[in-house]
Design a protein around this ligand. Structure first.
Ligand SMILES: *[C@@H]1O[C@H](CO)[C@@H](O)[C@H](O)[C@H]1NC(C)=O
Ligand SMILES: *[C@@H]1O[C@H](CO)[C@@H](O)[C@H](O)[C@H]1NC(C)=O
Ligand SMILES: CC(=O)N[C@H]1CO[C@H](CO)[C@@H](O)[C@@H]1O
Length: 489
């Protein structure tokens, strides 16, 4: 039997998934391959014996229709090993994937929880992981999947914890999150200032756009920061892309099928071609998004060194890199395979993103990482434009509308939110930072932002490793100083 590598439909921004899920998904698609496992810090775990475990909360299916009394079971985790009864409550907001047990033991904020004697609580996002909200994922059942309902879940859960743990009125609630859940963290404070006192929002794309062509532009900018290498690397990617696009225009599929080991082979279907071109960019997108996070992972530096390997045609180098990521497997770039997997309505606790996240992009967020940017600002060609992306919403869900990002911005304020005590943190080399709030300076007294040089997606949330850029540790100290200041207000 031929080994098959399949593609995920979009490169979304999640990271906080359990190691078990990681292992299952490994070798499957480069985006998920590169997502980082979390490291338990032995010092933290030493405090006293604590084994994180999943528990279940009965949640209303629809917070906004009192006549709907349906409920579902939602998973949560509580880490009370540092809690002294008087400290603050640190709430991890989860996003579009299974909530790992390590979200309450292995992130940077856990170190701060110990410092402040905080109670750590973490609620899985409805519809993801094992928090199945409906019996299946039929399109009619997905209407309860939106950020408003997710925030309300966290609000109700927060009130329950407040009673169950007898939290003192003087204890403050702090939310944390990264990527989509980073946006949710900021929106939690903005929508529920009565419940949440301060929020740290890491890499939150709070300004959704349908055509997110800037994503690839940030990938290029991140590559261009590589000293003595960036320019050549971009030139060589551009050159290889152009050669591939020329072969496609000449309908020379057999060479490409063989060079890129495609199964089934390309036969001229334009949607398959767009999927192929997006997958070529996908390897680079995944590396850029998680660059320099984990020891032993591919970095932009590594793959750019391969890309400028002298003596070879740039296309040869590009193929070598593709085959490195394909890991000896052939790759299925058929549009139909991708759409069929999105049409599967069975609940599955191991899915990261999947049909659920795709629904959220088609309704609320867009975030389509298109090739519509100018060719001097990104080197990945122009063959996966917006029509190809929006068509997928029609083919999977039968939608004849575009994602209503305008409502999402109206609801939460986009780049002009109104509120206080939210710290927006972004990494300059993180493609998602293009949709983040980075304009305010850290001196903004109400809604400061911190834009970290040289870092990738959600990197400030991770406990630093040997390959973490040196800018992360001082940035984390700044974040902690805001927590300290706002807790003492
Ligand atoms: C649909 O998804 C479920 C859960 O992942 C899986 O068991 C099943 O085989 C899938 N069905 C098809 C037709 O692929
Ligand atoms: C969203 O807002 C923009 C700018 O105001 C407008 O051009 C666009 O038509 C709106 N889109 C939708 C789907 O309403
Ligand atoms: C076509 C192209 O830009 N090729 C460049 C690839 O990178 C090498 C550096 O190793 C340059 O010498 C080539 O000009």
């Amino acid at each position: 039997m031929m080994k098959l590598k399949t593609l995920s439909i979009v490169l979304f921004g999640i990271l906080l998934v359990s190691l078990a899920v990681e292992a299952q998904k490994r070798g499957f698609n480069p985006h998920i391959d590169l997502r980082k496992g979390l490291r338990p810090d032995p010092e933290l775990l030493k405090v006293h014996d604590y084994t994180p475990q999943y528990q279940w909360f009965t949640q209303r299916l629809d917070h906004f229709n009192v006549a709907n009394t349906q409920t579902f079971q939602q998973r949560y985790i509580i880490n009370d090993q540092y809690w002294n009864g008087n400290g603050p409550v640190f709430m991890m907001i989860n996003g579009e994937g299974p909530m790992g047990l390590d979200t309450v033991t292995s992130l940077q904020f856990v170190i701060w929880a110990k410092q402040y004697n905080a109670l750590i609580i973490s609620l899985e996002h409805r519809y993801y992981g094992a928090s199945f909200a409906t019996t299946d994922l039929g399109t009619d059942n997905l209407i309860y999947l939106n950020p408003e309902q997710a925030l309300a879940d966290n609000a109700v859960f927060r009130d329950w914890v407040n009673q169950a743990y007898n939290v003192k009125p003087t204890s403050k609630y702090v939310t944390f999150g990264g990527s989509y859940s980073g946006a949710l963290s900021s929106w939690m404070r903005i929508k529920y200032p009565n419940l949440i006192d301060l929020a740290i929002a890491s890499s939150g794309p709070v300004n959704p756009v349908v055509d997110f062509s800037q994503y690839l532009e940030v990938v290029q900018r991140a590559i261009l920061t590589l000293p003595n290498l960036g320019n050549q690397c971009i030139e060589n990617i551009s050159y290889a892309t152009q050669k591939i696009q020329d072969m496609l225009l000449q309908e020379d599929y057999s060479t490409l099928n063989q060079q890129f080991n495609l199964c089934p082979p390309l036969d001229g279907n334009p949607d398959d071609i767009a999927t192929f071109m997006q997958a070529l960019a996908g390897n680079w997108m995944g590396v850029a998004q998680y660059n320099n996070q984990e020891v032993g992972q591919q970095s932009l530096l590594n793959i750019c060194e391969m890309m400028v390997e002298p003596g070879n045609d740039p296309l040869t180098n590009y193929i070598t890199i593709w085959n490195l990521f394909a890991n000896g497997q052939c790759t299925d770039v058929s549009y139909n395979t991708m759409i069929q997997s999105m049409m599967n309505t069975t609940n599955d606790a191991t899915v990261i993103g999947g049909r659920m996240w795709f629904y959220q992009t088609c309704t609320n967020f867009g975030y389509y990482q298109t090739s519509d940017g100018p060719s001097d600002l990104q080197p990945f060609g122009d063959m996966f434009g917006l029509p190809y992306q929006v068509k997928q919403c029609a083919d999977v869900f039968g939608f004849d509308f575009e994602p209503n990002v305008n409502w999402t911005i109206t609801e939460f304020g986009g780049l002009n939110p109104s509120g206080s005590n939210v710290l927006y943190v972004n990494g300059m080399n993180d493609p998602w930072s293009a949709l983040g709030l980075t304009e305010h300076s850290i001196s903004d007294p109400l809604l400061p932002s911190l834009f970290i040089v040289g870092t990738s997606h959600c990197q400030d949330m991770m406990i630093p490793t040997a390959v973490t850029p040196s800018t992360v540790i001082p940035a984390q100290a700044t974040i902690n100083s805001f927590i300290s200041k706002w807790l003492n207000q």
